[in-house]
Design a protein around this ligand. Structure first.
Ligand SMILES: Nc1ncnc2c1ncn2[C@@H]1O[C@H](COP(=O)(O)OP(=O)(O)O)[C@@H](O)[C@H]1O
Ligand SMILES: [Mg+2]
Length: 332
């Protein structure tokens, strides 16, 4: 095994300021999360809206500072690296956002958008056969690098001088992917990259990501609330609930042999072609208040299998295989 990313007991909080009638509160968005990502794999994070997926992604990019816990990239703590290593980190790690309407600057041409990371990292030499630095390249040379990338994502030369509004949602996401990959990163975080797109376009973008993953030997953290998409793309899946990972395993373990009642609930609420399947685990509740401290399992409030002990303490991890683990008292 070759671990690229290690997240170790991570806690990330938001402070909600005191308002006239409301006391100050703390949102426990990521609440003790640990996992590894191995080189070359696609790990998906599944879970309902508000469970902490984007907060986790932003922490990995150092856009948020955790309250405690660690994130290691190639065995280095990303919050303790010096500015030179940090620059290298941002060269090797990039992000694709959910909404290609807001993530692309409407005033910039596609050429300028996709070129931007090259300009930020203008001392790199690996983009030119004679090892010139990016800042020493001519506009024509830069154009060739950008065009190569655009072709990789299924766009052509016509796109270079156009603006984002001249493209459909799927094409905009292609532009965002080109920008994310132009520096040839090793690790890509995709936060709901197809959720804002029409269903008919989603498959094209997912297939493009899979092709590019192979072509560039990428490692990916793929965040989605859509289990159909996750089943298709992921090697492993971590299910998140209220800032915690409740179950993790290989995709076939999570979909073929789900253990945690929350995973079962999520799977049973996936719309099927012939309608919803109504089974006992389906809960009609919503995510509980994550500004409160729960001493037990936060899913206990919605769980049809809830026992007394579930309200008293958070369960330890239980392993079903080397890769398949869940935190649930049903298996203690
Ligand atoms: N900037 C913020 N300030 C306060 N609370 C936030 C902020 N961003 C997210 N949250 C809260 O943190 C929790 C996790 O949010 P988020 O990470 O966006 O979840 P997800 O991506 O799974 O939908 C939610 O309760 C959300 O309301
Ligand atoms: Mg999100």
């Amino acid at each position: 095994m070759n671990t690229l990313v290690e997240v170790n007991d991570l806690y990330v909080e938001y402070e909600l300021k005191k308002e006239v009638f409301k006391p100050a509160k703390t949102v426990h968005a990521v609440n003790g999360v640990s996992f590894n990502i191995e080189k070359g794999e696609i790990l998906a994070i599944a879970g309902e809206s508000g469970c902490g997926k984007s907060t986790l992604a932003k922490s990995l990019l150092k856009l948020l500072k955790p309250k405690c816990g660690e994130i290691f990239y190639k065995y280095r703590d990303i919050f303790k690296i010096n500015s030179k290593l940090q620059k290298g980190y941002y060269q090797n790690v990039s992000m694709i956002f959910q909404n290609p309407y807001s993530s692309l600057d409407p005033k910039m041409t596609v050429f300028d958008i996709v070129k931007e990371p090259l300009i930020v990292h203008s001392n790199l030499r690996n983009f030119s056969p004679d090892l010139k630095m990016i800042k020493e390249l001519t506009k024509e040379e830069l154009k060739d690098i950008v065009l190569d990338m655009l072709v990789q994502v299924g766009l052509d030369e016509d796109a270079l001088n156009k603006y984002p509004h001249e493209f459909s949602g799927g094409q905009r996401q292609r532009i965002a992917i080109a920008r994310a990959l132009i520096l040839r990163p090793e690790f890509v975080i995709a936060d709901e990259p197809v959720s804002a797109l029409d269903v008919s376009i989603q498959a094209q973008i997912i297939n493009l990501l899979l092709e590019l993953k192979k072509e560039y030997n990428l490692t990916m953290l793929f965040i989605s609330h859509d289990l159909n998409v996750i089943k298709y793309i992921a090697d492993r899946v971590a299910v998140m609930y209220m800032g915690k990972i409740t179950e993790i395993g290989k995709t076939e373990e999570i979909f073929g042999n789900p253990k945690h009642p929350y995973t079962k609930m999520l799977l049973e609420s996936v719309p099927k072609i012939n309608g919803f399947v109504d089974k006992e685990n389906i809960s009609h509740g919503e995510l509980p208040d994550n500004t409160k401290d729960y001493k037990g399992c936060p899913f206990a409030l919605r769980c049809s299998k809830c026992m007394n002990e579930c309200k008293e303490a958070y369960p330890e991890k239980f392993s079903f295989s080397e890769t398949h683990k869940t935190s649930c008292f049903l298996y203690k």
